[in-house]
Design a protein around this ligand. Structure first.
Ligand code: HAM
Length: 425
């Protein structure tokens, strides 16, 4: 029979990898709490229209990467291709803005994009991100960036921060006209996709990966030279805040993002260790989106990350993955029956414990205890049972103690926790 395989661009996260994922998830939760962000969970599918309206009809994400389907009610539904649109929808639907004038939200979960799979690029990937609603000051932008940098630093990952500004409704339209004229004048030197984008989305031409286009546009007019006074002040406020926070950054006049909702601040954190999929996270300000989706004018800023990429760069799983506190080895049938009760009492006392389920010999069980990294092995044999005791073998040195069964869990718990893993000392 044909073997089923995971859909191209999706993958299983196996138990030995989950260790690293759990570490990243724990860091995310801890840092989000430190920065006083509250968690929100939104559905993984929404009305297709919500994404089209937020991210932009002309973007790659909306025009070719969404997983869409019609539900039984004939509604057009899409698996979320990013996190922001759903959070803004939830923010409005639940009137979160009325509860607090300033809201800081974070989230984590799967995202779906039908892109060509390659290392660090999947069709189902995982992301955590934040969205902060209600303040237009650049200090929030700086805080959001500082938060992301704090997370990757704790994960032992290096990333370089690139920041830019793409202006607002006042200055961007004029800049886009200027850019379009310039690109038309050098149209022959551009790749086909970029030539098409001169009309539809000229900003994206600056983001082209095509070497010829990169070379041809290296002197293209820059948005940073066309910012209006408000945007200029805002951008200066951001870079000054980053300097005060001692966060190294490169001002990148060509930084363009693949989503249309941005205004003013845009940023990306990149790595040079993953080939072309170099963005570890990115985001920016989207002061017009809440209003675009039917809410009151509400400035906002946020970012999203690529967790698969971060996990690829984190140090290998630490040894604690399999390591047990106690392994219970048995000899004889009555000992095996009793082991279930002993295990329960050990776990009740907070000790990570396991036993043999394959009927191995005592010698093989003790070898297994060693492999699991257990600090102690409890040996239960029929003769010990008669005397109401168990042998406790301290695995990190060659010594053994006898302990009464009825106080075993309590005594082990004290011995293993009070000495920080140095069993029995
Ligand atoms: P984005 O840059 O499209 O932004 O995605 C955020 C991050 O998701 C990227 O920097 C990258 O690390 C990761 N990523 C994107 N596509 C893939 C993929 N196919 N496979 C693996 N990882 C991927 C957003 O989605 C915005 N919602 C961020 C934001 C929040 N802006 C404001 N608030």
């Amino acid at each position: 029979m044909e073997q089923y395989r995971a859909i191209s661009g999706t993958r299983d996260v196996l138990p030995q990898e989950r260790e690293l994922w759990q570490r990243l998830e724990a860091i995310v939760r801890e840092v989000m709490a430190l920065y006083a962000y509250d968690e929100i969970v939104t559905p993984i599918f929404e009305q297709t229209e919500l994404f089209a309206r937020s991210i932009g009809e002309g973007t790659d994400i909306v025009s070719k990467e969404m997983y869409t389907f019609e539900d039984m009610g004939g509604r057009a539904i899409a698996l979320r291709p990013e996190g922001t649109a759903g959070v803004v929808r939830a923010y409005l639907e639940n009137s979160l803005g009325n509860q607090k004038p300033f809201q800081k939200l974070w989230y984590m979960g799967p995202i779906f994009r039908q892109e060509r799979p390659q290392k660090g690029r999947q069709r189902q990937f995982h992301s955590f991100g934040v969205e902060a609603f209600g303040s237009d000051g650049p200090s929030v932008d700086a805080e959001v960036i500082a938060l992301f940098m704090a997370i990757i630093k704790r994960g032992g990952v290096d990333g370089s921060l690139h920041v830019g500004s793409i202006g607002d409704n006042i200055c961007r339209p004029g800049y886009i006209d200027t850019l379009r004229d310039y690109l038309s004048s050098i149209g022959d030197s551009l790749d086909n996709t970029s030539r098409e984008r001169i009309k539809t989305n000229p900003l994206r031409v600056l983001d082209s990966k095509d070497e010829g286009t990169k070379e041809a546009t290296k002197d293209a007019p820059s948005m940073l030279d066309h910012l209006c006074d408000g945007c200029k002040d805002h951008f200066r406020g951001l870079t000054e805040a980053l300097e005060r926070l001692d966060i190294p950054h490169t001002v990148d006049p060509r930084l363009v993002r693949g989503l249309d909702y941005y205004t003013r601040t845009v940023f990306e954190v990149r790595t040079d260790q993953l080939g072309s999929q170099d963005a570890l996270g990115g985001g920016g300000r989207y002061d017009g989106l809440v209003e675009e989706l039917g809410g009151p004018p509400t400035p906002a800023v946020g970012f999203g990350s690529g967790m698969e990429r971060l996990v690829l760069l984190m140090d290998g799983a630490d040894d604690s993955f399999e390591s047990l506190d106690v392994f219970v080895a048995t000899r004889g049938e009555s000992a095996q029956r009793l082991s279930l009760i002993v295990l329960e009492s050990l776990r009740d006392s907070g000790l990570k414990s396991d036993t043999d389920y394959l009927g191995r010999s005592l010698k093989a069980q003790l070898r297994q205890a060693n492999r699991t990294g257990a600090k102690a092995a409890v040996i239960l044999g029929d003769d010990e049972l008669e005397r109401g005791v168990a042998q406790v073998k301290w695995m990190d040195r060659d010594s053994q103690d006898e302990m009464p069964l009825d106080s075993l869990a309590a005594e082990l718990s004290i011995a293993l926790t009070s000495t920080d893993g140095q069993a029995g000392t």
